[in-house]
Design a protein around this ligand. Structure first.
Ligand code: UDP
Length: 239
């Protein structure tokens, strides 16, 4: 930018649950609002890479409980994330933000394949890059993929958008009424105390690679823009 400082580049993880507005499928009102908020930050010069979950369509673990083969169910989960990516891309483009989707499972008609150097080029040009289909691997989560993509595309921070909670608490706020929200927590604490921030694979990957993360609630209007700009919302998580 004009100050000569390098642009802020971040990885935003959006929960699939939020995209569904509480049910299966897509809530266009929610996706449009998120796109507008991302667009505002991008116009302010922030480079934004996004990973979208798929919980509003399928979760592999749940389908497996219902009797499906786990790996095949996980592929269904990954395909669900791609639908969210396309919806977000559409609303971003409507908001005037050039957007590329890159998927870990090849599907040339709808998205580019995942090519890290190309993703970095897009980000440098001010395009939003949305990573779809998770890691392309069963038994992984989109949280873990967020961390991996952030590391590979040199994002300075992972911004973990949550639905239903606005940070990390010392106990589950949906069950313990006097649970306290934490300003800061380490990955080790989150792992040892089982704080439900992310799955253990994602947490240990963050710890081993010294990732900076902020966990925030994405429901409140304006929060996505604020966190993208660097406001200290929610909980800071560090190694
Ligand atoms: N998934 C997978 N490998 C990945 C990413 C996702 O198998 O690398 C599958 C998994 O079944 C998961 C589903 O995709 O349940 C949806 O992703 P996730 O549950 O992480 O979405 P979120 O909870 O963030 O909406």
């Amino acid at each position: 930018d004009a100050s000569g400082a390098p642009a802020r580049r971040v990885l935003l993880k959006l929960s699939g649950e939020a995209f569904g507005g509480g049910s299966v499928g897509l809530d266009a009102t929610v996706v449009r609002r998120i796109a507008a908020e991302v667009g505002e930050a991008v116009r302010g010069g922030v480079q934004v890479a996004i990973v979208v979950g798929g919980g509003n369509f399928f979760r592999g673990a749940e389908l497996s409980q219902a009797g499906m083969d786990r790996a095949r169910a996980d592929y269904m989960g990954m395909l669900g994330t791609v639908m969210n990516c396309l919806a977000l891309q559409d609303f971003l483009e409507q908001a005037g933000v050039t957007t590329r989707v890159q998927t870990a499972i090849a599907m040339g008609q709808v998205a580019e394949p995942y090519i890290p150097l190309r993703a970095i080029r897009h980000l440098e040009k001010g395009r939003v890059v949305i990573f779809g289909a998770g890691a392309g691997l069963p038994y992984f989560s989109t949280d873990t993929v967020s961390v991996q993509r952030a590391l590979e595309t040199h994002c300075e921070q992972v911004l973990m958008g949550k639905n239903g909670v606005d940070g990390v608490y010392d106990a589950d706020p949906r069950k313990v009424p006097d649970a306290r929200k934490l300003e800061h927590v380490t990955y080790t604490e989150a792992l040892v105390k089982n704080l439900g921030v992310m799955d253990a694979t994602a947490l240990s990957m963050c710890r081993d690679n010294d990732v900076r993360m902020r966990v925030f609630g994405m429901e409140e209007k304006g929060n996505v823009t604020r966190v993208l700009r660097g406001e200290p919302l929610g909980t800071l998580v560090t190694a």
